[in-house]
Design a protein around this ligand. Structure first.
Ligand code: BTN
Length: 330
């Protein structure tokens, strides 16, 4: 018997077909043909898919479809909600990756155009800021990375962190209908805790950005979170009181981000700072402790600098600006 082709790619193709066809029931012959399998090989692939926990339904006529609850952000589900020119026009959806940032980086290194997006249902090596792990739940969250090629000085790139956090909070407000609060530099919070984090990674030559990978993780559906983060994190479903459609949310994120990104490219961070500050309850007058390797800084937040650094008034009255760090005690 011939070896089945790479199982990951095959399942990705299956998901694109089933999730993209909004409840359509496929005959097994159609599925096998389109997946370039013999009819005898298909049951094994379907069994593997089911064994991984995907809600596959089979009618008495043996036709196959994905349960309506599987609201999967494949390209054909996201595209109808996109209003962008560049971002998300190429969207690679995949079931399982180490980190979508790594997949997007590999695509960028191979020349992927600005706006190329990678979305995954599961990450086994999800990364957060400051070397942390990003935990997520298969099939419930947004795990999305985007290739950007901004023609700005590398020194301006940190401003993108704020731009992406702001876009995420706007998209969540639009699709989930809940207010959020921004925590510098780019965490999005609901009253129950952090629901979204952003990891931007730059690849630059001296004086020139080659690309920036923007990774966004949003805890979307379900109410149970991994124990390690349950105390500090929240899901949109918890805050909204019901499930939130992931394809619409992914599209809204890209729509909002493109609009803000174009302002950033054209006029810099300055015109966006006021909007960011207005969306954060903690950027002014909040006692904090910033932890950086080898140094902690205690003080009260005093707004943002023109470059998007957090200004902190120390207990001796001196104002310092920080561009990175772990901000605690809000
Ligand atoms: C943070 O708040 O620490 C940032 C979290 C960023 C998580 C996202 S999920 C998609 C992308 N892939 C990763 O490995 N990380 C980012």
């Amino acid at each position: 018997m011939r070896e089945l082709p790479s199982s990951g790619l095959q399942l990705d193709r299956l998901v694109e077909m089933l999730a993209g066809s909004a409840g359509k029931a496929w005959s097994q012959a159609e599925l096998a043909r389109s997946m370039k399998l013999s009819p005898a090989e298909l049951p094994e692939v379907l069994a593997r898919f089911r064994a991984e926990g995907w809600p596959l339904e089979m009618g008495p006529d043996q036709r196959v479809r994905l349960a309506a609850s599987a609201d999967i952000p494949v390209a054909s589900r996201v595209r109808p909600h996109l209003a962008t020119k560049r971002l998300g026009r190429r969207l690679h959806h995949t079931l399982k990756v180490d980190s979508t940032n790594d997949t997007a980086r590999r695509l960028a290194e191979a020349g992927a155009a600005e706006g190329t997006v990678v979305v995954a249902e599961e990450q086994i090596g999800g990364r957060g800021r400051l070397g942390r792990t990003w935990l997520s739940r298969r099939g419930k969250d947004i795990l999305l990375s985007l290739v950007l090629r901004p023609q700005v000085d590398p020194a301006q790139a940190p401003g993108l962190n704020l731009v992406v956090g702001l876009a995420a909070s706007q998209a969540i407000g639009e699709v989930a209908g809940i207010p959020t609060d921004l925590k510098w530099p780019n965490d999005v919070l609901t009253p129950g805790g952090k629901c979204c984090g952003v990891l931007t990674e730059m690849n630059a030559d001296p004086g020139k950005i080659r690309f920036v990978i923007v990774g966004v993780g949003i805890n979307v559906n379900g109410t149970a979170l991994p124990n390690a983060i349950a105390g500090q994190a929240s899901t949109l479903e918890q805050a909204a009181g019901g499930p939130v459609p992931r394809p619409q949310l992914a599209a809204a994120l890209l729509n909002r981000l493109e609009a803000l990104y174009l302002v950033f490219l054209d006029r810099g961070l300055q015109p966006l700072l006021q909007r960011w500050v207005a969306s954060s309850s903690s950027v002014r007058g909040r006692p904090i402790l910033v932890k950086n390797p080898g140094r902690s800084l205690r003080g009260t937040t005093a707004g943002l600098s023109e470059q998007g650094a957090l200004r902190i008034r120390r207990e001796d009255g001196i104002v310092e600006e920080i561009m990175a760090g772990d901000v605690v005690r809000w």
